[in-house]
Design a protein around this ligand. Sequence first.
Ligand SMILES: Nc1ncnc2c1ncn2[C@@H]1O[C@H](COP(=O)(O)OP(=O)(O)O)[C@@H](O)[C@H]1O
Ligand SMILES: [Mg+2]
Length: 198
Amino acid sequence: MIEDMDYHPGETPLDADEMAGLKFSHITTRGELNHLEQANIESGLLWLGSQKMPELLTEHFTRKLHKQLFGEVWQWAGSFRQTEKTIGIDPIQISIQLRLLLNDMQYWVDNGTYVPMEAAVRFHHRLVYIHPFPNGNGRHARIMADAVLGILFDEKTIDWSGGYNMQEMNKRRAQYIDALRTADAGDYGLLFEFVGYQ
Ligand SMILES: Nc1ncnc2c1ncn2[C@@H]1O[C@H](COP(=O)(O)OP(=O)(O)O)[C@@H](O)[C@H]1O
Ligand SMILES: [Mg+2]
């Protein structure tokens, strides 16, 4: 059981079923969990780098990437969330809203609606707003946005962390969460500033 699972603002608590999907029963602290997740993410990133021309903007790829990033730690990795969270839409809407977002993103790529950085930031925000998975949404959606930039646009990826640990509360994470909340209200200014797009 995880003993010190205190949650910071902007983090989604796990319910009992989701906790039950933890593949390592010996874990007792969030620090240990973060470590295991980070190791899994690193192997997931290697997997991503080995993909030739992935069909990024599909539900299949979105879920597959989540599974590659978190599947060694969580049984439910790659499966959509089935419970309501403090962040995110009604779980029965996830599939359709994700499809709309992926279609929009494809349209933005095909038509050059936004410059790549703006498209990636809007995509990132809408993906975390949907919050498809029980956990790992922030990390997954940052990697998805970077994959869009790097693979679909052949552009530099975003320096999300700016040298900070984005899984801990610090001024960088506080700025990020604040920027996402402002974007929830339709104003992307702070989020553009956060990623250095002006
Ligand atoms: N108000 C908000 N609007 C949209 N997204 C948010 C908001 N607050 C937090 N988030 C996103 O949710 C993430 C936390 O969800 P979670 O599934 O726990 O991801 P992770 O485990 O990768 O941190 C944050 O990193 C951020 O990306
Ligand atoms: Mg989390």
